[in-house]
Design a protein. Structure first.
Length: 475
């Protein structure tokens, strides 16, 4: 496995290169700070589009200067050279570093012959999982199963399945709470699956959500936690997340048919986890139609639906680190993006940054570095490639087959509330039972203030109570 860029020359040559890159970044930061504006959310009420779409443009003077002064990293040659050899070498180098655990690292042979959701392996992790939850656990399993990429190619997924010792006192068999945690990371060691299987206590991004899992377990609900970014850690890619979450449900139903084939399943998530929960509901009809009677609801908050609008809010502001991380993650799945990375971006993408966990995204954006400094085309967010990715990630034309609960902060300056409101209106028009809640706060505080309402709604669906429908009468 590629561990780093091998360069010839003395140690001072490496130091000179690092100094050059640091100088470039310093220049970029200086330019950014002198032109930065306060981030704000545009709900579209002005009637004017926030940006226009143009073909891919030539590089800007700054982008030309970067590629003229920062050398392209030396990349390992692909095993088989082809027309896209350079892109292939770069793609291999930006993938997350293996964990050393074959469950997360190894691609099984013969994936194409397996059906989506078919089990590849299971591992008992009860002893390590029990140390992380304030709830008695009867058993904990790490599941590995076949899933499908955004392009339809065979892939694999992992998920953690927890069964409590607490008795289920509601109607029917023990239900399953599907918790799509906001992983928001680029590295494989950042996932809930790796964290729980290895008893990791310093993954703050995941550990902070474990008490909510314990609450569900103490209610007698089984909990399924998919690693919804997939083996390439494609942060925020909705098709990958939706397919993998649906296949994790398929895997549980087939592995434990006596206990969980006929169970009710409800999915919940916030922010990055909301993308997975939303995609699960939107893609279920076309990808896993047999789950129509099993998936009884989806609750999500802080949802991104319009990637283009959110990218413009993030770009060059306090959330710019998240935008840069998502762009790298998307390029792992949508390799046509790789040709638009300049030399500086390539150095960053093959560095240890490719394995960061979510808590590092914020500091990356503290100085508001715009995405323009990572591209080799001017105005990349208005480019043809950006338009293509926005189209591929847009699920607003789908209809959920399960009731929905949507909540959003009334002062979320990162993610415009207009997108979730439009999802609410559109799903109402399609005849879906939907509730929409506006909660006080920004993106972070709204998660805390809205979590209780979402949990109560999920509990009611798992108890087989009819979902309330707050949609206005459609004329």
């Amino acid at each position: 496995m590629y561990k780093g860029v091998q360069r010839s020359g003395a140690r001072n040559e490496d130091a000179d290169l690092k100094t050059l890159i640091l100088s470039v970044v310093t220049l970029i930061v200086s330019c950014t700070l002198s032109t930065a504006q306060t981030a704000h959310a545009d709900d579209g009420s002005s009637g004017n589009p926030p940006f226009s779409v143009t073909p891919n443009a030539a590089p800007s003077p700054l982008q030309k200067w970067i590629d003229g002064n920062v050398p392209q990293p030396a990349l390992p040659a692909p095993a088989q050279q082809n027309a896209n050899g350079a892109e292939s070498a770069l793609w291999k180098s930006i993938l997350p570093t293996p964990t050393g655990d074959p469950t997360f690292d190894s691609w099984p042979a013969g994936l194409a012959a397996l059906r989506p959701g078919q089990s590849i392996s299971t591992r008992d992790i009860t002893s390590t999982a029990a140390t992380l939850f304030n709830a008695p656990i009867a058993r904990a399993s790490l599941l590995k199963f076949r899933t499908t990429s955004s392009s339809g190619a065979p892939s694999f997924g992992t998920a953690t399945f927890l069964v409590p010792t607490a008795e289920w006192t509601g109607p029917g068999p023990r239900p399953v709470n599907v918790d799509t945690m906001p992983i928001n990371a680029l590295g494989l060691r950042c996932t809930p699956g790796y964290t729980i299987a290895h008893g990791v206590r310093d993954n703050s991004d995941i550990n902070v959500f474990l008490p909510a899992v314990a609450t569900a377990l103490n209610k007698g609900q089984a909990v399924l936690i998919p690693d919804h970014e997939g083996p390439y850690m494609t942060y925020a890619e909705p098709a990958v997340a939706g397919h993998l979450t649906l296949d994790s449900i398929r895997a549980v139903r087939s592995l434990f048919p006596t206990e969980f084939h006929d169970s009710r399943y409800a999915v919940t998530g916030y922010s990055g986890g909301a993308i997975a929960a939303y995609a699960t509901a939107m893609l279920q009809h076309e990808y896993a139609p047999e789950l129509a009677d099993s998936l009884v609801g989806a609750a999500f908050g802080g949802l991104v639906t319009d990637y283009g609008a959110v990218a413009h809010v993030f770009n060059g502001h306090s959330a710019s680190g998240i935008l840069l991380s998502v762009t790298l993650a998307m390029a792992r799945e949508h390799t046509e993006m790789l040709q638009y990375m300049n030399h500086l971006a390539q150095w960053a993408a093959i560095s240890p940054l490719k394995d960061i966990c979510g808590e590092a995204d914020g500091p990356l954006g503290a100085v508001g570095i715009p995405i323009d400094v990572a591209a080799n085309i001017d105005h990349p967010l208005e480019s043809a490639i950006a338009t293509r990715i926005e189209r591929l990630t847009n699920l607003t034309d789908r209809k959920s087959t399960a009731p929905l609960y949507i909540y959003h902060g009334d002062n979320d300056f990162w993610i415009p509330i207009a997108g979730p409101r439009q999802v609410y209106r559109r799903q109402c028009e399609l005849g879906v039972s939907v509730e929409f809640r506006t909660v006080p706060g920004d993106h972070v505080s709204a998660m805390l203030k809205g979590a209780g309402g979402a949990a109560d709604w999920i509990d009611a669906r798992l108890r087989d109570e009819p979902a309330p429908n707050e949609c206005p009468a459609m004329r």
